[in-house]
Design a binder for this molecule. Structure first.
Ligand code: ZN
Length: 269
């Protein structure tokens, strides 16, 4: 019987992951096994679930993450496809429990699906969020085409250059992605340096961080909210590109109009 049986709240969270995985595939942001999702589901792990035996031996995380003691995560499986996860989240991902030493995890799920190879960096982000007292529980990595394309130009890699342009394309961008788009220069995928630089950018108060020539890493209260922020930003990039394709530089909203939005919607400055 599935671990999700008679756990409707936990199942609802996993269903959100499956729904988002389907959107990522449909948008063309998740080729092959591209992208990752991890969600901290600790608040939906009841006493009976806590008592379940692990179906794997404890495996090292590769880091000690003191704020994750006893936490539970849903993680996309290593080498698994988003389009398959959308149909079958427990066959293409698993639930893991962090052991009391905060340095290992064990799989407690329907099948022993090994979690993503990006697990150490995702868990380091969750550890950082919990240490800060954040309510954010989800992290998402994906390859949004137009946002990645922007990072092939030095101009948009300057701090907040892309943020300013994207906000100015359509008012909702600033309203729904009020912290803008952080930029992390190119680093080797899966590297410790990339994970550290991502946490530093999140600490500078970005919810969505762009990895140069690679993809985005987004955090929010739920995976749906993280997806929405990326979707809003990529939409703005598409409007910019559509105007360029029509043969002109888009005018963009003025500084005064952006200021007016910030005040009217009570957005962070
Ligand atoms: Zn990637």
């Amino acid at each position: 019987m599935s671990i999700l049986h008679k756990r409707p709240l936990l199942k609802a969270e996993i269903d959100k992951v499956a729904e988002v995985a389907g959107y990522l595939w449909q948008k063309g942001w998740a080729e092959r096994n591209g992208g990752n999702i991890t969600v901290n589901v600790t608040e939906w792990a009841d006493a009976a679930m806590q008592a379940l035996p692990a179906i794997s031996e404890p495996r090292p995380i590769g880091k000690t993450l003191p704020h994750l003691k006893g936490c539970w995560f849903y993680c996309k499986g290593t080498g698994k496809r988003m389009r398959d996860l959308a149909r079958d989240p427990m066959g293409n991902g698993s639930l893991i429990r962090i052991t009391p030493d905060c340095a290992h995890y064990e799989i407690v799920a329907d099948a022993p699906v090994a979690p993503t190879s990006e697990l150490p960096s995702h868990l380091a982000v969750h550890d950082y969020l919990l240490a800060k007292g954040s309510t954010y529980r989800a992290s998402l990595h994906t390859h949004p085409i137009e946002l990645v394309a922007l990072t092939h130009s030095r101009k948009w890699l300057e701090k907040d250059a892309a943020t300013r342009m994207l906000w100015s394309m359509i008012p909702e961008t600033k309203a729904f992605c009020p912290r803008g788009l952080g930029m992390v220069p190119y680093m080797l995928p899966s590297s410790v340096d990339l994970a550290d630089a991502t946490i530093k950018a999140i600490d500078e108060d970005y919810d969505v961080v762009m990895w140069e020539k690679h993809g985005v890493f987004a955090v929010d209260v739920s995976v749906m909210d993280a997806f929405d922020q990326v979707d809003v930003l990529n939409k703005a990039a598409q409007i910019y590109i559509a105007a360029k394709n029509m043969g002109f530089e888009p005018e963009g909203m003025s500084d005064a109009q952006l200021k007016e939005m910030t005040a009217a919607f009570g957005l962070p400055k």
